[in-house]
Each structure stands twice: as structure tokens, then as C-alpha cells.
Design a protein around this ligand. Structure first.
Ligand SMILES: [Cu+2]
Length: 424
């Protein structure tokens, strides 16, 4: 009686668990799922996966059925005699050697074929993007467009993009689960990866991340990918290639997006705003950029900031003073702003059109006034281990274990923030 109850209990628990699992699998959306057919790369990987899963299931069912039948049919019963002993069975041995070999062929052929297809050389007309891994941020270069940016990738739909992957320091790994990857960034070697974002992806945002442990902020080394219409991409790239336009007024002067790249300013000379803008397409003056307030929930950064780090609200700011301060501060030794002759450092992300980015700190925080102010005040408190020092006056830098690097007052920081955000 007791035994029957136990069995019934076991059955009901397993039925309930199975039901719960099935229901859970039906709900939710998975913004970082690799099983979405968004590129030919992922479609091929998924087809391979499905095929292997199918073969695996068939083998599993056959093997388990034989096992269960054997257990039930040949188990020891009261009064049964000792089974007959056999030694060797050629037919059986040949078949259990051949069967796995055949199964392996069924697995190996599509696997090797997929490897060759995805490792082939990208078409010559591809968009080239150089991905350079840094502890703990991503540098993206578009050599065909003369664009250098960081942590945000714009990709035109319908065009193959060919990534060349290298690293400035330790190993990293590049992965955008819905589009393709994951491929390592290795010292002294260039790896390649290519795929074509499907035309249906226009206007979507994807999460990317580093997937090879690379130090204390490995988990904070993220990026965003915007798949946009080809015309939007051209507009974005053309504008990103121009030097930062800043001459006291907000950087929205003239239709920079629709004009050829102006010559970089000579040292110490303010570049004049371009003359009459010639609009070629109905986009903002600053070229196409993904609006920060249009970020879907799955791409919205939600990293908390240590409550001890504070910045006063409502300081008025002066972007011109900010530019001046920036151009005399430590920032210029680590950051490049094309168009600001003083700012030519290469240790940190290129900030030329920083105002057009939606996120800050390799996808960790929204690029808004509050977060940028806190970042300049004390970045190492917001992102463990980083090279950028704490720059707010009196701020303790947990990486350098001192307050020596902090020189900027809150007002200075507010002005620099206004300058950087004006660089659309
Ligand atoms: Cu990394």
C-alpha cells in the first residue's frame, strides 16, 4: 500500500514538473537567444543544431527502448534459472561497431560543411569592420568610411559585414548571440567573422558582450548593435567620419551629414561651421543616430551606481568652458576627439561623436547627464579596475588607491559633460 502511494506521488510530481517546464518554455522573449534566424550565419548554425538534435533524439529513443525492454523482459524472476552464457557474437559486434560509425558520418558531414561555409572568405563587397578588444571596451573601425568609434556598432541590413578581430591586450571574445559569433580576439593574430543581417532587422537593437574572461571588468565589457536601413547607415557613417563640430553653439550647425567631410582643423584654429547645408535626405543635421529614448528594454543599461558616489542636480553648464577645460585636462592624453587638435590620446575610446552614443562605459550606463557626470567624477567606482582614473576633486580612486588624480570640481565636470554631449 505504502509502495503504491509512493509511486503515485512520484508520478504526479514528475507530471507537474514536466508541465511546468513545458509552460515556462512557451513564455517570455529571449533577446539574447542564439536560435533566432537573423543572419545566414545563425540560420546555418541553427539548422545544424536541429539536425544533430534530431539524430540524437532518434538514437536516444532506440537505445533507451532496447534498454527498457531488456530490463523488463530479462529481469530475474522467482524460480528462473541462471541465463545461458555466450562468448562472442560476430554479427552483433560488427553491427554495434558499424552503427555508431554511420551515425558519426551523419553528424560529421553537415558539421564540416557548416564549418567550411562559415569560415569561407567574405565577399569582396562586404562592409569591413575592425574590432579591437581593450580591457574593457570595444573599438570599432570602419576603414572604408574613415570612422573610429567605440562600444556601439551600426550595421546596414542586407549587406555582409566582415569583422576582423584583434586585441590590444589580453584575450577577448566577440559575440552578438542573435547575429553571430562567438569568435575569440587573440594576440598577434587576426580572426575573421562575417554575416549578413537580414533586411527585416532594420531598426532593431542587439546586445553584444565579451565571452572570454579578461579581468575584473570582463562582465562589464558589453556593446550594442544597431541594424539600420542602408541609407541610415550611410548617413550615420558619413557624419561619424566628420570632425567634431563645436564652436560654442551646440554641435548641430549646418547639415554636416549631407556634406563631404571637411578638412580637419589646423592646431589651435576653430573650424568654421560648414556653409549652406545641402540636405540629401530627411535626417537630423547630425546624420542618422539611434535615439537613446528608443532603446528597447532588453538593450537599456540597468547597472546600479554605488550610492556613495553623488553629483549635485541642476548645475548650469557652459560647454565652451567645458571644451577649454577638457582640452587642458588629463583626458586628452587618453582620448581622441577628431577636430580637437589637443585631444589625440589612444588609450581610451574615441569621443569624437560621443554625444550621439546611447550608452557609456562599454554599454554599462545610459549616456545621460547624470551618469556621465558621475563617470568623469569617479569612473573606477562605477566600473571596477579600469584605466580611466577618478577625476573629481578629492575622489578616492580604488584602482590607484589615492586621491591624487582628482582635480575637477563639480562645476568643471558639468561643463565638460555639456561639451561632450554637444559632440553629436
Ligand atoms: Cu574581454
Amino acid at each position: 500500500m505504502l509502495r503504491r502511494n509512493r509511486v503515485r506521488q512520484l508520478v504526479s510530481v514528475s507530471v507537474l514538473t514536466g508541465l511546468a517546464l513545458a509552460l515556462v518554455a512557451c513564455t517570455g522573449n529571449y533577446p539574447n537567444s542564439t536560435f533566432r534566424h537573423a543572419t545566414e550565419f545563425n540560420t546555418q548554425i541553427d539548422a545544424l543544431w536541429n539536425r544533430l538534435l534530431l539524430w540524437g533524439t532518434v538514437v536516444f529513443i532506440i537505445v533507451e527502448s532496447v534498454l527498457i525492454v531488456t530490463i523488463v523482459k530479462f529481469r530475474r524472476r522467482p524460480g528462473s534459472r541462471e541465463p545461458q552464457h555466450v562468448h562472442g557474437n560476430t554479427a552483433l559486434e560488427i553491427s554495434w561497431t558499424l552503427a555508431p560509425a554511420v551515425i558519426l558520418v551523419f553528424i560529421a558531414v553537415p558539421t564540416v560543411r557548416t564549418i567550411f561555409r562559415t569560415q569561407a572568405k567574405a565577399p569582396a563587397s562586404s562592409l569591413q569592420v575592425e574590432v579591437i578588444g581593450h580591457q574593457w571596451w570595444w573599438e570599432f573601425r570602419y576603414p572604408q568610411y574613415d570612422v573610429i568609434t567605440a562600444n556601439e556598432l551600426y550595421l546596414p541590413t542586407g549587406r555582409t559585414v566582415n569583422f576582423s578581430l584583434t586585441t590590444r591586450d589580453v584575450l577577448h571574445s566577440f559575440w552578438i548571440p542573435q547575429l553571430g559569433g562567438k569568435r575569440d580576439l587573440i594576440s598577434n593574430q587576426t580572426n575573421y567573422l562575417w554575416f549578413t543581417p537580414d533586411s527585416s532587422l532594420a531598426g532593431e537593437v542587439f546586445n553584444g558582450s565579451c565571452n572570454e574572461f579578461c579581468g575584473p571588468s570582463h562582465a562589464n565589457m558589453r556593446f550594442r548593435v544597431f541594424t539600420v536601413r542602408p541609407a541610415e547607415f550611410e548617413s550615420w557613417a558619413r557624419h561619424q567620419a566628420t570632425p567634431a563640430v563645436f564652436s560654442g553653439a551646440p554641435a548641430t550647425v549646418g547639415g554636416a551629414a549631407s556634406l563631404p567631410a571637411p578638412a580637419p582643423a589646423a592646431p589651435g584654429v576653430q573650424r568654421q561651421a560648414p556653409p549652406v547645408p545641402v540636405p540629401v535626405m530627411p535626417v537630423a543635421d547630425t546624420g542618422f543616430a539611434f535615439a537613446a529614448n528608443r532603446l528597447p528594454a532588453h538593450a537599456m543599461p540597468t547597472t546600479p551606481v554605488a550610492t556613495a558616489l553623488k553629483f549635485p542636480d541642476g548645475l548650469s553648464s557652459d560647454a565652451t568652458r567645458g571644451k577649454d577645460l577638457y582640452s587642458r585636462s588629463a583626458c586628452i592624453g587618453c582620448h581622441t576627439i577628431k577636430g580637437n587638435a589637443a585631444s589625440v590620446g589612444i588609450m581610451g575610446p574615441n569621443l569624437t561623436h560621443f554625444g550621439s552614443r546611447t550608452t557609456l562605459g562599454a554599454g554599462l550606463f545610459p549616456n545621460d547627464t547624470r551618469h556621465l557626470s558621475l563617470w568623469i567624477k569617479n569612473a573606477p567606482v562605477m566600473k571596477p579596475g579600469i584605466i580611466m582614473p577618478a577625476l573629481g576633486k578629492g575622489e578616492y580612486d580604488p584602482v590607484r588607491k589615492s586621491t591624487a588624480s582628482g582635480v575637477l570640481s563639480d562645476q568643471d565636470i558639468a561643463d565638460i559633460v555639456a561639451y561632450l554631449h554637444a559632440l553629436k
